[in-house]
Write a protein that binds this ligand. Structure first.
Ligand SMILES: NC(=O)c1ccc[n+]([C@@H]2O[C@H](COP(=O)([O-])OP(=O)(O)OC[C@H]3O[C@@H](n4cnc5c(N)ncnc54)[C@H](OP(=O)(O)O)[C@@H]3O)[C@@H](O)[C@H]2O)c1
Length: 229
């Protein structure tokens, strides 16, 4: 029997990460999914998909937790690594009004920690694999129309760190993607967001599968359109 490609999805307890897990399971991937604390929604997917879905624990803001996961997965090869975890705080505030800790928390979880995770897991991702992180349309400096100032800045920082990571590895043949999924109804996106999880995440996964194995770095939306940085 042909070996299934493996994906590690980081931050899969709920929202977009959970929906990514379901889609990749449906499409025949071996899915390793991380949570910080037990998730009844992920438990339900484990019942549905059996041994095709493996649960792991990781807090991306905690380096020891990430290194412990790396050790537990020693010897495995990942065809795709997808860092989904992210937070949004003080979304209606600016630098003049927000608690500084909220900005620091977002820079840590949304920018620094995904890239640290990617560097720690770099040698586990197949040479023709894919390394992706969930960014946002709001992370585009060129496309900026204001709003969610501090969160947007953390996603712009993630994009920059991914550019630096790619620039430092000119011969690397893996696809590197920072993904803008659209404004989606989740705990973070809120009920007033433009799109549902069901109508967006299958398109995100179509795009990921299409780019899998194509070398180079892209800031890309769910329709496979490149976005301005
Ligand atoms: N929804 C949107 O409209 C939208 C648009 C653009 C981009 N995004 C991005 O898409 C990603 C998912 O967003 P969402 O809407 O699904 O948000 P969500 O419903 O708030 O889910 C966030 C996920 O990130 C996990 N997470 C948070 N901090 C973590 C940490 N330190 N370590 C590990 N996991 C952590 C959460 O786990 P816990 O359950 O343990 O908290 C949860 O699984 C985020 O990166 C977000 O910025 C969302």
């Amino acid at each position: 029997m042909e070996k299934k490609p493996a994906i590690l999805i980081v931050g899969a307890s709920r929202g977009l990460g959970l929906a990514l897990v379901e889609q990749f399971c449906l499409r025949g991937w071996q899915v390793l999914a991380t949570v910080r604390t037990p998730s009844s929604a992920l438990d339900a997917l484990k019942v549905r998909f059996g041994s095709a879905l493996e649960e792991e624990v990781a807090d991306i803001a905690d380096e020891a937790s990430v290194r412990a996961l790396r050790q537990r997965l020693e010897g495995r090869t990942l065809e795709m690594l997808f860092i989904n975890a992210g937070i949004a705080k003080s979304i209606n505030e600016s630098a003049g009004t927000a608690p500084v800790q909220d900005f620091l928390d977002m820079m840590l979880v949304n920018a620094f920690s995904p890239m640290r995770f990617i560097e720690i897991f770099d040698d586990m991702v197949a040479p023709d694999g894919t390394i992706a992180a969930m960014s946002s349309e709001l992370g585009s400096i060129t496309g900026n129309e204001g709003g969610w100032d501090l969160y947007a800045s953390s996603k712009a920082a993630l994009n920059m760190l991914m550019k630096c990571y790619a620039a430092a590895r000119p011969g690397d043949q893996r696809a590197k993607l920072v993904v803008a999924p659209g404004w989606i109804q989740t705990e973070m996106g809120g009920p007033g967001a433009s799109f549902t999880v069901e109508e967006t995440i299958p398109l995100v996964v179509d795009m990921l599968e299409k780019n899998h194995g194509k070398p180079g770095l892209r800031f890309v939306d769910r329709f496979d359109r490149s976005l301005p940085w």
